[in-house]
Structure formats: C-alpha cells, structure tokens
Design a protein around this ligand. Structure first.
Ligand SMILES: *[C@@H]1O[C@H](CO)[C@@H](O)[C@H](O)[C@H]1NC(C)=O
Length: 130
C-alpha cells in the first residue's frame, strides 16, 4: 500500500513537471523568398514554411528545427482585417531574427500569407511549439 502511494506520488510529480509548452504571444513579420541561406542550415533548402525567431525564442541556436504552430490573433497596426480567421500554419525554425527584429517571429511570406494579409506587414500571433 505504501509502495503504491509512493509510486502514485512520483507519477503525479512527473506530470506536474513535464514540459507543457506554453503558448506565447508576439508580433510576426515576414520576409520574401529566396528563403536562404539560413543561420541554422546554411544553403540547405527547408521548404517554404520556415521562420526566423528573435532572441526570446532563439536560445543560442537551440531553437533550430523546432516547429511552431502560429495563429494570427489580431492586427499590430492600423491595417483592417489582417487575420485570415481561424487559420494556423506550422513553421520550422531555420533562422535567427537578429536584435532589431520587429517581431518574435519572422515568417516566410508563404507562411505569413497563409494566416494573414501580407499587406498588413505585421500581426499579433500566438505560437505554440508542436
Ligand atoms: C526577416 O528575415 C530576413 C531573412 O533573414 C531578414 O532579411 C529580415 O531583416 C528579417 N526581418 C526583420 C523585421 O527582422
């Protein structure tokens, strides 16, 4: 009985400390093709659904290869109706958006235009790692 209780407690503690990927918010900007070379992979082609992340996520390059689901939640400027409602896009981190980056994430134009109107230039997004 005691052993069982200890096992239960350990399981419970493991559940509590398991890395729950918190949803983060920030602005997203975009860049035009060609989408390379990248800080993570040089000249390797990683497709069109790629992004650079700024210091908050970059983590000294450990962000390379992470995938984020990105959702446009509202405009970040005066552009009317910038979000394509309900759309999300999953991007792979391949690049660093250096200091001075105007967003938490710098999406490829293909990724940005899936969730938002490129004419807006910048939008507020929610990110969660997948
Ligand atoms: C987005 O990334 C591209 C390619 O790395 C870069 O040229 C551009 O300056 C970045 N945009 C911003 C706002 O930092």
């Amino acid at each position: 009985m005691r052993v069982l209780m200890v096992i239960c407690m350990i399981l419970f503690l493991c559940l509590l400390s398991s890395p729950v990927h918190a949803v983060q918010q920030g602005n997203a900007v975009f860049f035009d093709p060609p989408y390379g070379p990248s800080a993570c992979y040089g000249n390797r082609n990683d497709g069109n659904m790629v992004a650079g992340v700024s210091d908050r996520l970059w983590n000294n390059g450990r962000a390379c290869g992470r995938r984020y689901r990105v959702r446009c939640i509202r405009g970040a400027n005066e552009a009317p109706h910038p979000c394509k409602n309900g759309k999300t896009v999953v991007v792979k981190v391949v690049d660093y958006c250096k200091s001075g980056c105007q967003g938490i994430i710098n999406l490829s134009r293909d990724a940005f235009s899936t969730i938002a109107d490129p004419d807006a230039g910048i939008v507020r997004v929610e990110l969660d790692q997948v």
